[in-house]
Write a protein that binds this ligand. Structure first.
Ligand code: TEU
Ligand code: CA
Length: 582
């Protein structure tokens, strides 16, 4: 068999630059801040840093609206700062992966501005469509179809200059690029090669599985006048959902294979990970099968979309058997070929210790953060640690709308409470407290000082978003030298991935699937079995049957060892060890 790729026992750390470390006192994190924290990241032991976007941007969606792909936004610094970060990271053996956002650009990108002229060569670089016949452009009902944006309102924006609508799945300042146009694809590949030639080690690809849209034989989008494809049903907010027609579209594999050929073939040591809303585990196997030459791995979303009532603002408590079945589906699909990413947190998700753990007391928070970290890192795949997750950082627990910054949150309030009136203010505020993306965007907690060491205590301006008051107890300085801290536990998990072949490459088998409290699974490689049992109930419970049988069987052979190499004589002792591990 071909040797496992370098990333199959690597750990990636996601940095949200805006909230990581500010070095010039403007209340926003910056590139020099990341460089100043490389020794911390080297100590933690991570192999790769994924940076959320730092390119020129109006910051409408915090940098996921790019106006120049080949320059750094002054908010974060300069290209020279980026070159310094690359050099300093590489000196420490750490790779840098950048965020590639090419499903859409900013409306302030030169390409979009040029395309507003029907006679410009860029005229067909976006999805422009006329108003519906007989309707006054710019008035409700004149849009080409009824698609809604993920960030509220119609997915169509009328442009007076061009006299047509443009399509945007996200905000109206994020027009979708037309990937059907080979000139668009060429420009994207040229930009990607420019960054790789500059020393970048790969890309996390933003909603890359939305780039191929379903069109009929004449190029009509679903639901637009004359289209052979009907639009979907209108939902409670008054719009239809573009996802069935834009996720995992007809030319998805063609575009990804072309990108691989045009950008990555001939290079090595790189990493590509696609953000993949709408991709099933079976399609994950196809796309990550090296024989298909597409992507190394994907982020799937079923495990972070199931615990709500149809909309993320109506959260549900964790039903562990459901999570186990979803994760088992991910793992079994790529058991023989293909690969899995492993994440529970990122800049779009709430903090996992608040979502599925218990942040109501210091002891419960520490234990559940470790339990959730163990659960994730003992799976087969490449783990992604989101900044602050290694400290057990929690949700923001905001109570007022003015504390939020995220346009997804603010637009949802307007649309669901004030316009469509489908959710009460009280209900959606509880939904924001549990699931707003801002929960994971509060400043990184470095120490117990006024702004948590994120920015200087005497900074000219407050941080762009409030620091979590619990930074007094939860911060890197307090945890760094504490062997019982969440930080120390994550260091061990990361070291295990590097040192233990069973953890990195062993098979994965779920046991006790229906147990509502304990998440138990077995890793196996060349005869070594590694049993992980995690009690996520928050109270003492009996170990489930299959786990006990395995422990007693192994203990009887006298070959059960605990995590520190000691021998364990019986199931009870082994269970205690697992308890100790978590
Ligand atoms: O996220 C796309 C995406 O799936 C999320 O926006 C999700 O739809 C949303 O959080 C509701 O759950 C990527 C980026 O990670 C996100 O930060 C950007 O806002 C978005 O694309 C547009 O670029
Ligand atoms: Ca700054």
């Amino acid at each position: 068999a071909t040797p496992n790729p370098w990333w199959s026992n690597a750990v990636v750390y996601q940095i949200y630059p805006r909230s990581f470390q500010d070095t010039n006192g403007d209340g926003f994190g910056d590139l020099k801040g990341i460089t100043s924290r490389l020794d911390y990241l080297a100590d933690l032991g991570v192999d790769v840093l994924w940076l959320s976007p730092v390119y020129k941007s109006p910051q409408d969606d915090n940098g996921y609206d790019i106006s120049d792909y080949q320059d750094i936004d002054p908010l974060f610094g300069t290209l020279a700062d980026m070159d310094e970060l690359l050099a300093e990271a590489h000196r420490r053996g750490i790779k840098i992966v950048m965020d590639l956002v090419v499903n859409h650009t900013s409306d302030e990108h030169a390409w979009f501005q040029a395309s507003r002229d029907k006679n410009d060569p860029h005229a067909d670089w976006y999805w422009w469509r006329p108003a519906r016949p007989g309707k006054t452009p710019g008035t409700p009902g004149a849009e080409p179809n009824q698609w809604g944006s993920y960030f509220g309102g119609s997915a169509w924006e009328y442009d007076e200059t061009r006299g047509e609508y443009y399509f945007h799945q996200f905000s109206k300042k994020q027009p979708d690029l037309n990937w059907e146009n080979p000139a668009v694809r060429r420009a994207v590949y040229d930009m990607m090669n420019w960054w790789l030639d500059r020393g970048v080690d790969g890309f996390r690809m933003d909603v890359i599985t939305l780039i191929s849209k379903r069109v009929d034989s004449a190029g009509h989008l679903p639901g637009e006048p004359g289209s052979e494809i009907a639009d979907g049903p209108v939902g409670e907010e008054g719009y239809s959902n573009p996802s069935p027609f834009c996720a995992d579209g007809p030319r998805q594999d063609e575009f990804l294979a072309e990108m691989r050929r045009e950008v990555f073939d001939g290079r090595d040591g790189f990493l590509t990970v696609g953000e993949a809303p709408g991709i099933t585990p079976a399609r994950n196997e196809h796309i990550t099968d090296p024989a298909n030459g597409e992507l190394d791995m994907l982020f799937l979303f079923e495990h972070v979309d199931f615990d709500c009532e149809g909309v993320k603002w109506k959260p549900l408590p964790l039903e562990l058997p459901k999570l186990k079945r979803i994760m088992a589906g991910y793992q079994s699909a790529v058991a023989n070929v293909g690969w899995a990413s492993l994440f529970t947190g990122n800049h779009d998700q709430p903090r996992v210790v608040s979502r599925w753990g218990d942040d109501s007391s210091e002891d419960n928070r520490v234990r559940s953060a470790k339990a959730l970290g163990l659960m994730l890192h003992m799976h087969r795949g490449t783990p992604y640690v989101y900044q602050g997750e290694e400290l057990g950082m929690t949700n923001a627990h905001f109570t007022r709308l003015d504390q939020y910054r995220d346009l997804e949150t603010l637009n949802a309030y307007c649309q669901r409470v004030e316009e469509a009136r489908v959710q009460s203010a009280e209900s959606i505020m509880a939904g924001f407290a549990a699931r707003s993306r801002d929960n994971s965007r509060t400043p990184m907690q470095w120490d117990g000082s006024t702004y948590a060491g994120f920015t200087a205590p005497d900074a000219a301006t407050e941080p762009w978003i409030a620091v979590n008051p619990n930074h007094a107890e939860i911060n890197a300085a307090a945890e760094f030298d504490d062997p019982d801290s969440v930080y120390a536990f994550y260091k061990r998990l990361i070291a295990l991935r590097h040192e233990n072949a069973t953890v990195a490459a062993g098979s994965w088998t779920l046991i006790d699937a229906d147990d509502p409290h304990v998440y138990a699974f077995v890793r196996e490689l060349d005869g070594e079995r590694l049993l992980t049992m995690i009690n996520l109930s928050g109270r003492t419970v009996d170990l489930p049957a299959e786990s006990v049988a395995l422990l007693e069987g192994a203990a009887g052979d006298g070959d059960v060892t605990d995590g520190d190499g000691g021998s364990v004589s019986d199931a009870g002792a082994a269970a205690n060890w697992v308890g100790a591990m978590t």
